[in-house]
Write a protein that binds this ligand. Structure first.
Ligand SMILES: NC(=O)c1ccc[n+]([C@@H]2O[C@H](COP(=O)([O-])OP(=O)(O)OC[C@H]3O[C@@H](n4cnc5c(N)ncnc54)[C@H](O)[C@@H]3O)[C@@H](O)[C@H]2O)c1
Length: 270
């Protein structure tokens, strides 16, 4: 059921690859809640063509941008403001990619060239997005920026590999830029730390099914789905969360507060 929580708001959604993507689900939910949208992804991802289905549904233009390319980002923000006829109210950063994971390099043997790319795409890209918006004065006061992260930034999940370091950096950028943008323009910046979710990026992690099952058994509410995550994003883009900024917000059915559950103990005692 829609509540018009984003009526009159305008947002850019980064990272909708296919219908499993968290960004895809969030775009649908933002549209349902009355927002106007611009969709964007890396040119190589757009070539797969799936995003056009989403664009038709949510009536949004698709503007290509490699998030590591400042010219692309500048063009994206300029074209978005032109499309909206004004400034932007919210941004979803739903981007992650690890070259070392892709190339099956274990954490102890990572290639540092790949590692730099991973950190740039998955973490510093948030700085690049915020910096571009800042330089162009593209965000309205009380605007809201959300990036997606994972609890491997705080605790070790061995096969999450260098992405753990990327997520720690991403969360730090959200806090640091959140200070500057908050005091400068009252723009809020937060990260959502989402349960493991079956998507293209998620499934690239070795032993991913194990992550999902373990988290499910460790979370009193079970794992949060991508649709649950989309609803949480809507609440953070809405005016009901205006004083929330510089936070890493766990959206994980309680996983992050658990030591062990009855279910896991029973399974281990067998
Ligand atoms: N799936 C999970 O289990 C899970 C859990 C917690 C957090 N997250 C995070 O959620 C976010 C979205 O991932 P997802 O699970 O929906 O997977 P996804 O594969 O659907 O989305 C990742 C997106 O990043 C985009 N991308 C990669 N390189 C890019 C570049 N250079 N420029 C622009 N875009 C680029 C991809 O094209 C893709 O659309 C990521 O930050 C991911 O780390 C995912």
């Amino acid at each position: 059921m829609a509540h018009n929580l984003l009526q009159g708001k305008k947002g850019i959604i980064f990272g909708a690859l296919d219908e499993k993507s968290i960004a895809w689900r969030t775009a649908l939910k933002c549209h349902e809640e009355g927002a106007r949208l611009v969709l964007t992804n890396a040119p190589v991802a757009l070539r797969m063509g799936e995003i056009n289905k989403l664009a038709d549904t949510v009536k949004a233009p698709v503007i290509p941008a490699d998030v590591t390319n400042m010219d692309d980002l500048k063009k994206l923000f300029e074209a978005s403001m032109e499309h909206f006829g004004g400034k932007i109210d919210f941004i979803l950063h739903s981007i992650g990619m690890s070259l070392n994971v892709r190339k099956n390099k274990p954490y102890t043997e990572i290639d540092y060239g790949f590692n730099q790319k991973t950190l740039d795409i998955s973490a510093m890209s948030l700085h690049r997005v915020l910096r571009t918006a800042w330089d162009l004065d593209a965000l309205n006061e009380w605007g809201s920026v959300v990036a997606l992260t994972y609890i491997a930034a705080q605790r070790v999940f061995p096969h999450y590999n260098e992405m753990a370091d990327a997520k720690a950096l991403l969360e730090s950028v959200a806090r640091s830029f959140g200070y500057h943008y908050g005091s400068h323009k009252k723009v809020r910046v937060n990260t959502i730390s989402q349960s493991p979710t079956r998507t293209t990026a998620g499934s690239g992690i070795k032993g991913f099914d194990g992550f999902v099952t373990y988290a499910e058994k460790m979370s009193p509410l079970g794992n949060a789905t991508s649709d649950d995550c989309a609803s949480y994003c809507v609440s953070l883009f809405s005016d009901f969360t205006r004083m929330v900024t510089m936070q890493n917000l766990f959206h994980d059915g309680g996983f992050s507060s658990m030591g062990v559950t009855e279910e896991i103990m029973v399974a281990l005692e067998k």
